[in-house]
Design a protein around this ligand. Structure first.
Ligand code: TYD
Ligand code: MG
Length: 420
């Protein structure tokens, strides 16, 4: 329960009244975009950040939001643009300390440590920067309201005023919002409808990689992702994510299968790991999944038991996606099944085989979207054989595919015959 105190709405309708306009009289304004120094980030934004747009970047504390935005600021400032970075959380010295690690030189980057929104905007009006960053929405408050910073009414007011500032001055504004694992700290979530673009920065604490994805974008697609690695000089783009996630794959070990998955619009190879071992909990064996949907995995186990006659009644099953990735698409099904059976039989899946395909309840293997990019990704990482749904293979038949053996399967039995 979060208390929301009813506030007097600030009576401030200083906009000129607008009148209806005929559709065909409206001029299509090409939105001007600015490119950040990070190509992958530009893609996530739909080709750069749009002038006059408000971008919310959400993520857990410590994930690297301030680092990312300081890097963006650095790159813009290096192009000779005036950037104002406002922090309500850290002192100027702290920000500078981070800046040193990021290699910021004497650029036109202005810092301001301030928590009062009206004062922030006053300073911004005076400086008239070409980009404004506010870190974070929870630490800044408007003196129009009496509630404390971080409450819903405050974060909304802050976002609202910043939105108007962005439109009025026609500059891009970035707003940072902390989100906890439970999605609580209701603030930033309740801002999603108010801003132009919502980006989420995700990752596991114990892993160095970070995933940036668009959740909403009024000026572009929401399917792109960018993968970064946190190093000691800030965030570096991972330009070959598949190689990154496969680099510590065990060789010739049972229970490990490489799948071709899609994250956003980007194909990605990932390693599914399974461990099947005799249970100590007779009658109630363990089923653990990390990075995969638990219910879907249970369903797949039932399919193997029923259709292939294996029994897991006395076995614990642990499933994991290596590297802390999480995969949420049915195309991973076939890989999950193969990994489980590989571990059960203690027989390794050949090293140069990658798989994808959805599995239905009858054990049939169903086509998935984007077979070509999946297959290409496997080929570019040196895989020699791809096991894929028959339907997808048929659609690839017309293409000219060199150096790759495609094996179409219509039922899980066929896939098991090929591998084991
Ligand atoms: P930060 O950007 O402060 O996170 P957020 O603003 O999302 O709360 O960065 C958090 C972590 O990143 C911090 O624990 C230190 C680490 N870090 C590095 O590992 N290398 C670096 O170069 C920088 C700047 C930070
Ligand atoms: Mg921060």
């Amino acid at each position: 329960m979060i208390e929301e105190v009813q506030e007097e709405a600030p009576a401030e309708f200083s906009f000129p009244p607008s009148a209806p306009v005929l559709y065909e009289d409206i001029q299509e304004a090409q939105k001007k975009r600015k490119e950040t120094g990070i190509k992958e980030l530009n893609q996530v934004l739909g080709g750069g950040v749009v002038q006059g747009s408000l971008v919310l970047i959400g993520g857990e504390p410590g994930i690297g939001k301030s680092t990312l935005l300081l890097q963006i600021s650095r790159d813009f400032a290096a192009q000779g643009e005036k950037v104002l970075y406002v922090s309500g959380e850290e002192s100027l010295e702290q920000i500078k300390l981070r800046g040193e690690r990021l290699g910021i030189r004497n650029e036109k980057l202005y810092l301001l440590a301030e928590t009062n929104l009206e004062r922030v905007l006053l300073q911004a009006e005076q400086l008239s920067p070409q980009m404004l960053i506010l870190d974070s929405v929870q630490s800044v408050f408007s003196s129009k309201l009496t509630s404390s910073p971080g409450t819903i009414s405050q974060v909304r007011e802050v976002a609202h005023q910043l939105f108007r500032f962005a439109k009025k001055n026609n500059i891009p504004c970035f707003l940072i919002g902390h989100i906890t694992k439970e999605g609580s700290l209701a603030g930033p979530k309740s801002l999603e409808h108010m801003v132009d673009v919502v980006l989420y920065f995700e990752g596991e604490r114990d892993h160095n990689y970070r995933l940036l994805r668009a959740f909403k974008n009024r000026f572009g697609p929401v399917s792109e992702i960018a993968i970064f690695e946190m190093g000691n000089r800030g965030l570096q783009v991972v330009s070959n994510p598949s190689a990154f996630f496969l680099k510590e794959r065990p060789t010739h070990e049972a229970g490990s299968v490489v799948i071709c998955t899609i994250k956003g619009t980007r194909p990605l190879l990932a390693e599914i790991q399974a461990l099947v071992s005799a249970t100590l909990f007779v009658g109630n064996p363990r089923r653990m999944t990390i990075g995969l949907d638990h219910f879907r995995s249970s369903m797949l186990m039932a399919v193997i038991e029923k259709k292939l006659g294996y029994s897991f009644a006395g076995e614990d099953i642990y499933l994991n996606v290596a590297g802390g990735l999480s995969i949420n698409e049915p195309a991973a099904d076939l890989g999950v099944l193969l990994a489980v059976v590989s571990s059960l039989k203690n027989k390794a899946v050949p090293q140069d085989v990658a798989v994808f395909g959805e599995v239905g309840l009858s054990g049939e293997i169903r086509s998935v979207s984007h077979p070509m990019p999946r297959m290409n990704e496997a080929r570019s990482l040196g895989f020699k054989t791809v096991i894929l749904p028959e339907g997808n293979k048929a659609s690839l038949e017309k293409e000219n595919i060199a150096n790759m053996k495609l094996m179409g399967v219509g039922h899980i039995k066929q896939a098991f015959q090929i591998i084991f």
